[in-house]
Design a protein around this ligand. Structure first.
Ligand code: NAD
Length: 475
């Protein structure tokens, strides 16, 4: 069980607004409680982070920071089963996915532990009589707001690089799911960071979230979630003149040419939309298929979609429930509107009985790329199929959305693979594969309305640091 408290200045403390119940979406039952926080809790957390940055944590050298991150990685790794169990109950993820996510939070801390003392500046040639060098310095206090779809993974993804670079952090997870995150913080707290380096404040978006986004005391805000809230975070940051990182989702195409290895592509295409019940910013939600193989691919997909097992997270299904009733209704409305606009349901898996918030994986054909469903993020297991004529048409359709997060190109033609990849506007492009966000090592983030800034890989460290240039006149 995890506790209903915040972690501020090295201590576990109650939220000033009481507690909030968390729901298990597989059964519509209570899964636990979290602290409900507001302005005063966030203010205490930001002040504690500032004091840490100006105090012991700010003076901690890079190698020691790396060791602390590594301690956290080992503690998290030791508790993978417990974290996975909490994550699965809280989000409705099948246990297999929850275990992957629990391992990944440890892996993020491990990766950035190794990176902490390898963040070099440059030596810059200048006029005679000068030596010039640059340093990568931390920004100070970083604020982090994450959504509910991958709580454990996103905690590691946003916090570990900020800490490795020497920032003090204030972190607000989503109210819809964060029980495993609170438990992970207990383990991170055990790793030995000085008080105030890591702070956790849980609660509602409009209370704790808004208080953090509005707080004048942070030097950077990292936000993953909806475009609407992302804009608010950016506007607030404009008032305080501080950088932001925004990760706002996608409408990612998988482009399949006639010469693709369909046996390899088919299971990957299905998994890219059903993983996490489609509630993945980098879900492969638009299948763009060359006309000549359209019917063959669709026939195969119909068979596969009809056989996907949907059920409560603890029954080892292929996919679990949607996070809550509101999101379930949102997905249902998307499909109803698509049908009104002329799209057809080609296949739909069985919906299980019970009180869980289930939406069966759905394959939709006769989809026009201008339609609402082809242009907007469903955040559910709904795959739309759109045929194309030739390479130019494929590129046009792939780019004809406001988002630009990730994409895939399936072809055996090497030249075409690179031409199409070069032409697609997305932060990551897979050739003959699809990694829904890719690995810890791979820079990840959006183009266009998907947002900006990069997380993951070494690149993430650049977002939470500034370059300081030192010009030495030694005559
Ligand atoms: P959201 O943007 O409302 O919530 C994301 C985070 O922002 C949560 O921690 C929330 O507490 C916080 N938040 C909410 N209001 C805030 C405010 N006024 N100020 C500061 N923080 C605030 O997302 P949601 O309502 O949970 O999901 C809605 C839609 O967003 C989804 O259907 C999906 O399309 C999209 N989404 C995208 C991602 C992604 O990974 N890009 C993740 C989750 C949701």
């Amino acid at each position: 069980m995890s506790r209903a408290q915040n972690y501020i200045n090295g201590k576990w403390v109650d939220g000033s607004l009481g507690t909030l119940d968390m729901v298990n979406p597989s059964y519509d039952t209570k899964a636990g409680e979290i602290a409900r926080s507001g302005k005063e809790d966030v203010d205490a957390a930001v002040k504690s982070a500032r004091a840490a940055f100006e105090g012991e944590w700010g003076k901690t050298d890079a190698a020691t920071r790396g060791k602390l991150l590594y301690n956290a990685a080992q503690l998290l790794e030791k508790h993978v089963d417990e974290l996975a169990d909490l994550e699965s109950k809280d989000t409705g993820k099948p246990m297999k996915q929850a275990r992957t996510d629990a391992k990944l939070i440890a892996r993020y801390f491990e990766f950035y532990a190794g990176a902490a003392d390898k963040l070099h500046g440059d030596s810059i040639p200048f006029m005679n009589g000068y030596t010039v060098y640059s340093q990568r310095v931390p920004l100070g206090v970083t604020g982090h707001i994450i959504p509910w779809n991958y709580p454990l993974q996103m905690t590691g993804r946003t916090l570990a690089p900020a800490l490795a670079a020497g920032n003090a952090t204030v972190f607000k997870p989503a109210e819809d799911a964060c029980l495993a995150v609170v438990r992970a913080f207990e383990l991170i707290a055990e790793a030995g960071f000085p008080a105030g380096a890591v702070n956790l404040v849980t609660g509602l978006g409009e209370e704790a979230g808004a208080a953090l986004a509005n707080h004048p005391g942070t030097d950077h805000m990292a936000f993953t979630g909806s475009p609407e809230v992302g804009k608010l975070v950016m506007k607030n940051s404009a008032d305080h003149i501080r950088p932001v990182l925004l990760e706002l989702g996608g409408k990612s195409p998988q482009v399949v040419f006639t010469d693709a290895d369909l046996d390899a592509a088919m299971p990957v295409i299905v998994n890219a939309i059903i993983q996490n019940a489609g509630q993945t910013c980098s879900a492969g939600s638009r299948l763009v298929i060359q006309k000549e193989i359209h019917d063959k691919v669709v026939d195969e997909l119909i068979k596969r979609f009809n056989n996907i097992k949907v059920g409560p997270a603890d029954t080892d299904p292929d996919i679990g429930p949607i996070i809550n009733k509101k999101q379930l209704e949102r997905v249902e409305q998307f499909v109803a509107r698509a049908e009104e606009e002329g799209a057809a349901i080609l296949a739909q898996a069985q919906k299980p009985a019970g009180k869980g918030y289930f939406f069966p994986p759905t394959l939709m054909g006769r989809v026009n790329n201008d339609s609402f469903i082809a242009q907007n993020e469903v955040f559910g297991p709904v795959l739309t199929v759109i045929p194309f004529e030739d390479e130019a048409d494929a590129i046009r359709i792939a780019n004809d959305v406001e988002y630009g997060l990730i994409a895939a190109v399936w072809t055996r033609n090497n030249g075409r693979a690179h031409r199409v990849s070069n032409a697609i506007n997305a932060g990551q492009v897979y050739i003959n594969g699809y990694g829904a966000g890719g690995g810890v090592e791979l820079p990840f983030g959006g183009m266009k309305k998907s947002g900006f800034g990069r997380e993951k890989g070494f690149e993430a460290l650049y977002d939470v640091t500034a370059v300081k240039t030192v010009i030495v006149n030694h005559g």
